[in-house]
Ligand binder design. Structure first.
Ligand code: NIG
Ligand code: FE
Length: 397
């Protein structure tokens, strides 16, 4: 029986298979009213509507969420890539003043308008893959004014893709600045907090210590920022447990996390953001996904798009890599780039499709000759350009 609902209505029908964030619906339809989802279900029970959009047998997903990127940057790190291929380590290159430091030099030299246009170009490519919300970190400025410039540029680049900004002044220590953490807290944070949704620290061997990371995160939290951390990537530090004790929304990387860290994350509801691009480029071991899963930690997947450790723009290929290199199931991968990614960035109004959710929807054809099935999009490595994307109920692609 067709239900009748009041208001502005577009019925998207002809979706062969739809991921709602938690379940698969075959032959689905979806009603968008005033920018939100009003109804989702099997097409033969769909409510009536004046506007129709025929998905033509496509596969449907909530607009994808990339929960961890460094998408605002200038300069190239192709030289680092060749040095790493020749055997130098990421940390050795960083400590020798290359790596993140070379991106800092290029990003400082770029104007805010340049950074806006680079970021916009990257976001429009992500939108083509069906990504409608992207988290972007600062961290290539490392002075108050340069960090603020990055955050302003990231926010200005938003639309139609939503941007969540994270202040990452504690990304690398500029050479010779023993008091750098004091500057992050005393100089950068006051200027950057109003431009950011969250604060993050690179807590690792060769980066910031556990004690330094805790000081920075506490200072950000006191100003109302959500807490995230880059933790346990190169070496175990205890950063994930520390961040979880501060109520972190996410702890990211986690290749070397221990059981105490996993327990702390589960207790706090901290989402694990898995970054298979960085894992592959740095030849890191896999995070302990089976133990994270057993503890009930939600698993999200990000590109970690950056010019150094993860020059990866395609979130779908990260979903595939998370299955191949970390052991996720197809459904975990789908949740990892939608509902869990949205939770990781503090946007629980998206990443799922049901009454009240944001009207963010991506529709895809399968690769040639393949059936219109969600699992095919995970099986094939990336390159899934959306055939249509809706953002806040409006068609934007
Ligand atoms: O998430 N590990 C620290 N930050 C980034 C790398 C940034 C860079 O290499 O420019 C990461 O992997
Ligand atoms: Fe990162």
């Amino acid at each position: 029986m067709a239900t009748v609902l009041p208001g502005q209505r577009t019925l998207v029908r002809g979706i062969r298979q739809l991921w709602t964030g938690t379940a698969v619906i075959d032959h689905a339809a979806l009603l968008l009213v005033d920018g939100r989802v009003a109804w989702v279900g099997p097409e033969d029970g769909a409510p009536t509507a004046t506007d129709h959009f025929d998905a033509g047998g496509a596969v449907g997903m909530p607009g994808l969420v990339d929960p961890h990127t460094h998408a605002t940057f200038a300069g190239s790190r192709a030289g680092d890539f060749e040095r790493r291929l020749a055997g130098e380590s990421y940390t050795a290159i960083l400590e020798a003043g290359g790596g993140i430091h070379s991106t800092v030099a290029a990003t400082r030299a770029a104007s805010e308008d340049d950074l806006v246009s680079y970021t916009r170009a990257r976001l429009s490519e992500m939108l083509a893959y069906g990504v409608t919300t992207v988290e972007i970190k600062s961290g290539y400025g490392l002075t108050a004014e340069d960090e603020a410039k990055m955050l302003r540029a990231a926010r200005r680049a938003a639309g139609p893709v939503d941007v969540v900004t994270t202040f990452l002044g504690a990304h690398a220590r500029p050479p010779g600045q023993a008091d750098y953490v004091d500057r992050v807290i005393g100089e950068q944070l006051p200027l950057c907090a109003p431009l950011a949704d969250a604060i993050d620290v690179y807590c690792d061997r060769g980066a910031f210590t556990l004690e330094e990371a805790e000081r920075v995160l506490r200072a950000g939290k006191a100003l109302g920022l959500a807490v995230r951390i880059h933790a346990e990537q190169v070496a175990f530090t205890g950063g994930a447990a520390m961040a979880a004790s501060l109520g972190a929304q996410s702890a990211d990387h986690l290749e070397h996390i221990d059981d105490d860290g996993i327990r702390a994350m589960a207790d706090a509801g901290t989402v694990a953001v898995l970054l298979p691009g960085a894992m592959l480029y740095l030849r890191d071991p896999s995070p302990p996904v089976a133990r994270l899963r057993a503890a009930g930690v939600a698993l999200a997947i990000g590109t970690d798009l950056n010019p150094g450790s993860s020059p990866v723009r395609d979130l779908w290929s990260c979903a595939t890599l998370a299955c191949l290199t970390m052991g996720l199931t197809v459904h975990e991968a789908l949740a990892g780039i939608t509902v869990h990614a949205a939770r990781a960035v503090g946007r629980p109004d998206r990443g799922w499709l049901g009454p009240g959710a944001r009207g963010d929807l991506a529709l895809y054809d399968s690769p040639p000759g393949e059936p219109a099935e969600l699992r095919v999009l995970v099986q094939y490595m990336g390159g899934h350009r959306a055939k249509a994307v809706f953002k806040d109920g409006r068609r934007v692609l």
